[in-house]
Design a protein around this ligand. Structure first.
Ligand code: SF4
Length: 451
């Protein structure tokens, strides 16, 4: 067996941005402990799969991927294969039975122990499960990899867990209750990132507008610890842009609306999960707002910041969703004119109330409704992108485009992907003005404007 410092670790992430952040923390903790991180599955001694349980499809994808590694394990029997993340937390030991070549399972509350667990426990070659849902270790959450390729942009987890228990959602069971990090720690982390070259920060939390409340009810309009945090971050010199995800509409009060529309570094795109446009379904989902409340938040944001654009999460085919309920969702999506939407076909999640509800819908109905919303979305986005032709957008340069490396890609404040011809003065993280010359429903194409 090699010494720890020679062991190469490969981490693959499934699911959301929170998981990507956890994978980065895991990689940073392991490399600080003398393991080396590799991008190559074939060269790795330890393969870790950071999994998602929010949708059935995400679970099946991860299990399928790990399943086919049986052959690799046969040809390289010394390797360790492990699962971390939400599925590890929710299914624990059951995964060891289902996937015989799996060596270890590490739940969401044990991330900070990853190096120690690998060094001491796994090497004993016992099949092991670590799934105690402990209070999060904020030091582990703050670990970042140095010298990442895209070091102009970084994410910070400002809180963990969720107390809302939406009836379809597994997150409170696998991530535990809300724990907010102290603002000073977050500011310090952001300042260090900016000093290392980061220009854009994405703040992460499952119920981020409830930051600082840790289980308390949505606050009155004049109080929002999250707005206070945004104000402090906005004061950091050298930081150009701040994004955040995902806020719950019930916590998006006037104080927060004022902050996101008045602070210059907050980007002009807000992700605001709707889930359903039907008040009856929202109630069944245990989402404590109405479609009218949702629209009042959107309209206040639009009136204070007319260029703000919106994205959302929507579930189609929730148990009992009628044609009228679905049309209410479709109607509100058109009214807000969402520029992007993650549209999910409802799937049962273990331990959740909705999984036991009567009137589960046929897959065919879910597929049909999903298709209708996707078509609406493509049509709307195509029209909106075409309306940007001729306009000048401020774009943060990212790097060579994946499709054609002679051109560069960047993002506007409203989160639009913009492709342009690079110039020698432009580097990752530069802010440039680009005149839009052409559009598709997914992408804008333009030329750098020299001022
Ligand atoms: S607020 Fe979001 S993370 Fe929390 S239970 Fe509801 S859907 Fe899940």
């Amino acid at each position: 067996m090699k010494a720890d410092r020679d062991l190469k670790v490969y981490i693959k992430t499934f699911g959301c941005q929170m998981n990507e952040r956890d994978s980065e923390s895991a990689a940073a903790l392991l490399s600080a402990d003398a393991f080396s991180i590799t991008d190559s599955e074939k060269d790795a001694d330890i393969l870790i799969f950071n999994t998602c349980s929010v949708r059935d499809q995400a679970e099946r994808k991860a299990i399928g991927k790990i399943g086919i590694l049986k052959r690799l394990k046969r040809s390289r029997p010394h390797i360790f294969i492990g699962i971390m993340g939400c599925m590890a937390q929710s299914r624990g030991a059951e995964l060891l039975k289902e996937i015989p070549h799996l060596d270890f399972v590490i739940g969401t509350g044990q991330l900070h122990r990853l190096p120690e667990i690998i060094k001491s426990e796994i090497r004993k070659r016992h099949k092991t499960v670590f799934d105690e849902l402990a209070r999060p270790d904020f030091n582990a959450l703050a670990a970042h990899l140095a010298d990442t390729e895209n070091n102009f942009s970084a994410s910070i987890a400002v809180m963990t867990g969720c107390n809302r228990f939406c009836s379809y959602c597994i997150v409170p069971y696998v991530r535990g209750r809300e724990h907010s990090r102290p603002p000073d720690e977050i500011i310090e982390e952001a300042e260090k990132l900016v000093a290392s070259g980061v220009r854009e920060i994405l703040l992460l939390g499952q119920n981020i507008a409830a930051y600082g409340l840790d289980g308390k009810s949505p606050p009155k309009d004049a109080f929002s610890p999250f707005a206070e945090l945004l104000e402090k971050l906005n004061n950091i010199d050298g930081l150009y842009r701040i994004r955040f995800t995902s806020p719950h509409p019930a916590y998006f009060n006037d104080r927060l609306i004022d902050a996101v529309t008045s602070l210059p570094k907050i980007c002009e795109s807000i992700h605001l999960p709707l889930q359903s446009g039907s008040d009856r379904i929202l109630k069944l989902m245990n989402r404590p707002y109405t479609s009218a409340h949702y629209m009042s938040v959107v309209n206040k944001l639009k009136s204070k910041s007319p260029r703000m654009i919106f994205s959302t999460d929507v579930i189609v085919g929730f148990p009992g969703e009628t044609e009228d309920d679905f049309n209410a969702t479709r109607g509100i999506m058109n009214e807000v004119a969402f520029d992007n939407a993650f549209i999910f076909k409802y799937s049962k999640r273990r331990d959740t109330l909705a999984a036991e509800m009567p009137e589960q819908l046929e897959q065919k109905i879910k597929e049909e409704r999903n298709k209708i919303l996707l078509e609406d979305l493509a049509e709307r986005t195509g029209r909106y992108n075409a309306s940007l032709v001729g306009k000048i957008l401020e774009v943060m340069a990212e790097g060579p485009s994946k499709r054609n490396s002679s051109r560069w890609a960047g993002r506007s404040s409203s989160n639009k992907i913009v492709i342009f011809e690079p110039e020698s003065s432009v580097s990752s993280g530069s802010l440039i003005n680009v005149k839009i010359e052409r559009s598709t429903p997914m992408t804008l194409f333009g030329k750098i404007q020299v001022s």
